[in-house]
Design a protein around this ligand. Structure first.
Ligand SMILES: [Zn+2]
Length: 523
């Protein structure tokens, strides 16, 4: 049997919705025709409303049926084919005279019997039918939107709207800057103000060329678009665009945003390099800096910077004395030097790492397979969820929450697979970099760049530096306090190794089990 397919669209749709609807209708009609074993002679698409008379394409289609070119019509729904009595009458007349053998709709049952024709004439004439079919049409539109995965809005910084292909592509230069922003921000030492500065220095501005605000910076750091999702109509969707931020990095940034959620307070004095690094050994409050001016009798004026306890404790009166900045610098430098890595240790560590590197490849392959299976399970769940929502078994709020959760899980798994397959065995290079860093500490400690020293000290000692009796030292007992999470780093292990020198033979210090090996991506 030969069937002429026809798609009629209602007027008054927005132009992009119109495109979406035609695509969706055609996709489903072709599948329907295949299922029914029908051969399509021609596809007709008419954008004029089925309500109005004198539609040229509709007329041409009926003429070709009358001339015997085809014996049937496939259309989305009766209301798409004819919604005025004249057109409807012509279709039914063709059925009566046998010129039209069959009329098929995926959404409506009708056969060439008197009962079928009666049902059809009802359908053609009734606008109520249109109202009923609206919910079906809405579902179809939604499915298509989800299927297409296109974000219908302006591309965020780091992406470009490609006008020609109507897609969103990666902006090579700016995407690198965005990546840097995330990488720097998760280190936890940046305020949103600093993020805005960083972007300004890198030449990233708003669309109108203005400086990016703190609010906008926060928006950038929390935009799921960067991991391949997008928000549309309050709902999270999977995008077709390429992600530029790894899910893991994104999650870390969200944690930092949450932790630093309080509004920034502006420091009153010029910030000094070692502020925020050390706390008081007596009362536990932070050590701050203070400018002091001394005037000598002979008229000379000297400016000094002192570091002292903020003495903000309400339960304890602190009597700790302040420390001159030069002395502070000398002490911090010597602490950094104390953990620098001796060359012979570095060589031994490198040898152990290379052996370890070989054995980790096997377990990675197994893990990738496991995670791929998990992703498949999520895809099934997503499909079920969408069906549940479209069948109105699940309400919109639940649907959105569940969908966001599943998509987030899926992205995590995808990220883990990527890092497993590409980077599981990539830890060797960063580890070797770290060995180099550890050997370089001597140089940093002797340098005059105080900010670099602070960053290094923060990385090595975390928040474990104390000032007491004019001496900066690492707090005794690095154990977690008050249940706070303290992740042991390679620096902590290195420090521990240093302190055990002289008590244990060097060989046992360098055993990787001691914790000097780097953290793996999996586990
Ligand atoms: Zn104090």
């Amino acid at each position: 049997m030969i069937i002429l397919a026809k798609v009629v669209l209602r007027k008054g749709y927005l132009s992009d919705k119109q495109v979406l609807s035609i695509d969706a209708q055609l996709t489903e009609l072709r599948a329907f025709a295949r299922e029914q074993g029908l051969q399509i002679v021609e596809e007709f698409v008419e954008k004029q409303s089925a309500k109005s008379l004198g539609r040229p394409i509709f007329g041409e289609m009926l003429e070709r049926i009358e001339s015997g070119e085809a014996q049937g019509i496939v259309s989305w729904a009766p209301d798409r084919l004819a919604r005025n009595s004249v057109d409807g009458g012509r279709v039914i007349y063709l059925l009566d005279t046998g010129k039209l053998a069959s009329l098929k709709f995926p959404t409506f049952w009708c056969d060439n019997t008197s009962q079928g024709k009666f049902m059809l004439s009802m359908a053609f004439g009734q606008s109520k039918y249109y109202v009923d079919s609206l919910s079906e049409n809405t579902k179809r539109g939604l499915r298509q939107k989800v299927r297409m995965g296109h974000c219908p809005s302006l591309a965020p910084v780091g992406y470009i709207n490609d006008v020609r292909t109507k897609t969103i592509t990666v902006d090579k230069k700016r995407s690198k800057i965005i990546k840097q922003v995330f990488q720097e921000y998760v280190k936890g030492n940046m305020r949103l103000e600093d993020v805005a500065d960083f972007l300004a220095h890198s030449g990233v501005t708003t669309r109108t060329g203005k400086r990016i605000s703190k609010t906008k910076a926060s928006f950038i750091l929390s935009n799921p678009f960067y991991i391949g999702l997008f928000k549309y109509g309050g709902e999270l969707h999977e995008g077709k665009h390429e992600p530029i931020i790894a899910k893991k990095l994104f999650d870390e940034a969200q944690a930092v945003l949450k932790r630093r959620g309080q509004p920034d307070r502006k420091p009153k004095n010029e910030p000094q390099p070692y502020c925020g690094l050390i706390s008081c050994a007596s009362c536990g409050m932070m050590i701050t800096a203070e400018n002091k001016t001394k005037r000598q009798k002979n008229g000379n004026v000297h400016h000094y910077v002192y570091y002292r306890c903020t003495k903000k404790s309400k339960t304890q009166r602190c009597t700790e004395m302040s420390l001159r900045s030069e002395e502070m610098d000398r002490q911090v430098s010597s602490l950094i030097k104390s953990v620098s890595l001796p060359t012979d240790w570095a060589e031994e560590l490198n040898r152990v790492a290379i052996v370890e590197h070989k054995t980790s490849a096997h377990s990675a392959t197994r893990l990738v397979k496991e995670k791929e299976e998990n992703i498949q399970t999520i895809a099934i769940k997503l499909e079920r969820l969408l069906n549940g929502y479209l069948d109105q078994v699940i309400d919109e709020q639940d649907y959105r929450t569940q969908k966001a959760k599943l998509l987030s899980e899926k992205k995590s798994l995808e990220g883990e697979i990527t890092s497993l397959s590409h980077h599981a065995n990539d830890w060797l290079a960063p580890f070797e970099d770290w060995l180099k860093d550890a050997m370089d500490l001597d140089k940093i400690a002797s340098d005059s760049n105080l900010f670099a020293k602070k960053v290094t000290a923060k990385e090595i000692f975390g928040s474990h530096l104390r000032l007491g009796g004019k001496v900066v030292a690492v707090a005794a007992g690095d154990a977690p306090q008050n249940g706070s999470v303290y992740a042991p780093t390679q620096w902590a292990a290195l420090r521990a190794a240093h302190s055990s020198v002289g008590f244990e033979p060097t060989s046992s210090i360098l055993v990787p089990g001691a914790g000097i090996e780097p953290a793996r991506h999996f586990e």
